[in-house]
Ligand binder design. Structure first.
Ligand code: NAI
Length: 304
């Protein structure tokens, strides 16, 4: 079947595109006509060191397949430079895939400021810096597509990954808030929680290409989410190995104990109701005031 979701005239920045999922993104968008900035610092999985070969190799692969790509070797914390590379080469940025990431386990009792900050810096500060640099250009052109990279560890957490889980949970809030702010400007933001064979999960490029849970699955979802014809925004998708699930928030039936009834003892007595989801509520994007609405009525708004 022909590729109908194409990106001719679009400029796409992929961070962390030297390996794994980002590399698959860069190849797929280039195959579909995009001009691609292949950003990668080229460090280790734990975020140590740097190597320009990492991004350069992917650029050479894309050019060898008749695609258009340039390399950028900055860290994502220098978002201005990465977006600047797209602007100085092609004069615009249409799609930003915030994908760069690092991972290393740390028991919480062994956590140090350095271990914590190294993790938060790449995921949170890096995604912020790149998006902040791209945002005014997307606003001005009235078009933009943002993808943020969370993780199952960001959704459900993992022991020994408090720093990683916290950083990946932050991607959900960032993506959803920007989906709300971008709505009127045709700027869409979505988040993925991937599972994929990659360097991070100990697989070589050859193994990734053969794997039944290779990064190509991520690339197809990213293409759909970031295409100009797609209206999806504010979504969170758990994805991998051919499976895609949309993730939503769910509130249980809940307890309503107003006034003097609101005692710890009554909460203890009603605690099982907190686990009852038979009349669950599913707040929509921007509906941050589920309780606020109950207390203050429909006039209550999350708009400031
Ligand atoms: P990977 O290790 O294969 O690739 C990540 C790339 O990001 C590397 O090439 C690395 O050099 C680059 N990078 C790291 N720090 C950077 C920085 N400061 N500036 C620029 N580039 C930087 O990892 P993989 O698996 O492809 O991961 C991609 C994203 O998906 C990451 O955000 C990761 O946390 C996330 N993820 C991956 C999962 C998986 O199953 N592979 C599971 C959940 C989330």
């Amino acid at each position: 079947m022909a590729n109908t979701l194409t990106f001719e005239d679009r400029v796409v920045v992929v961070t962390g595109a030297g390996n794994g999922i980002g590399r698959a993104y860069a190849h797929e968008f280039a195959k579909r006509g995009a001009r691609v900035v292949v950003n990668d610092l080229g460090g280790s999985v734990a975020g140590k060191g740097s190597d320009t070969n990492c991004a350069d190799t992917v650029v050479n692969e894309i050019i060898a397949s008749n695609g258009h790509a340039i390399a950028n070797h900055d860290s994502v914390v220098d978002g201005e430079k990465i977006v600047g590379a797209a602007l100085s080469e092609w004069g615009r940025i249409d799609v930003l895939l915030n994908n760069a990431g690092i991972a290393y386990p740390t028991s919480f009792h062994e956590m140090t400021p350095e271990l914590w900050n190294r993790m938060l810096s790449v995921h949170v500060d890096g995604s912020y810096a790149c998006t902040q640099a791209a945002w005014p250009h997307m606003l001005e052109q009235g078009f933009g597509r943002l993808l943020f990279t969370s993780s199952p560890f960001g959704l459900y957490a993992a022991a020994k990954f408090a720093h990683y889980s916290a950083a990946k949970a932050a991607m959900l809030g960032l993506s959803k808030a920007l989906a709300l702010e971008g709505k009127e400007h045709n700027i869409h933001a979505n988040a993925v929680a991937p599972f994929s064979a990659s360097r991070m999960t100990g697989r070589t490029n050859e193994e990734q290409a053969r794997s039944p849970f290779g990064p190509r699955y991520l690339a197809q979802l990213a293409v759909w989410l970031c295409h100009e014809s797609t209206i999806e925004t504010g979504g969170v998708f758990e994805v991998g190995g051919g499976y895609i699930h949309r993730v939503r928030n769910e509130l249980s039936n809940g307890l309503h104990l107003p006034g003097d009834m609101h005692t710890a003892e009554n909460i203890a007595e009603g605690a099982s109701t907190l686990e009852n989801y038979s009349n669950a509520i599913h707040p929509k994007l921007g509906e941050s005031w589920t309780i606020g609405k109950d207390v203050f009525g429909d006039g209550w708004s999350s708009e400031f």
